[in-house]
Write a new protein. Structure first.
Length: 182
């Protein structure tokens, strides 16, 4: 029995280390799209510049999406996760990891290992829990969220600067006005 307990502790330790190695924050907030392109080019060992496929939105932002599998090559626990980088005025303002309709809570496990654990209701299976949790880490604000969507569940980690700036405030004001109209 003691050997089994020790084995479980070792497995948890090693899985925590594996999760912690995936660094999806490739550049700092405020850095440019060009810097992200260069960083991804380096990770993928490309001889030429990584082609950034940016999706502009009606609020003045541009989002670059890439499967996390491309950035964290050895991280199988986060397979199926999309990394989204939001740029406003050519500066990185938000990073999100998004997993839709997965039967696990691997982003929850990742966020608890990286940013700190939080309490879940006793007796409720982890796959049935819905909600969010916030951390503040250095100069960054981090939110973990799991919520129901039509035909499934979405799990997300969102990071941005803890201190807002005018460009971001104006961006979210436009988003808010649009949401109020809909």
């Amino acid at each position: 029995m003691r050997k089994i307990f020790i084995l479980i502790i070792l497995i948890i330790n090693f899985s925590s280390v594996a999760f912690a190695e995936c660094n999806f924050q490739l550049i700092n907030f405020g850095d440019t799209k060009k810097k992200l392109s260069t960083k991804i080019q380096s990770i993928l060992s490309l001889d030429e510049e990584f082609p950034m496929m940016l999706m502009p939105d009606q609020f003045g932002g541009e989002t670059m999406m890439i499967p996390l599998d491309e950035i964290c090559l050895d991280e199988k626990n986060l397979h199926g996760t999309m990394a989204e980088y939001l740029f406003i005025n050519d500066k990185l303002e938000r990073i999100q990891l998004v997993r839709s309709n997965m039967q696990d809570r691997n982003l929850m496990e990742y966020s608890m290992n990286k940013y700190g654990e939080f309490n879940l209701p006793e007796g409720l299976p982890i796959k049935d829990w819905r909600g969010n949790h916030f951390w503040e880490n250095n100069s960054e604000a981090i939110e973990y969220l799991v919520t129901s969507i039509p035909d499934g569940v979405i799990e997300m980690i969102s990071m941005h600067r803890a201190k807002s700036n005018n460009a971001v405030d104006k961006y979210y004001e436009k988003v808010g006005k649009w949401l109020d109209k809909e």
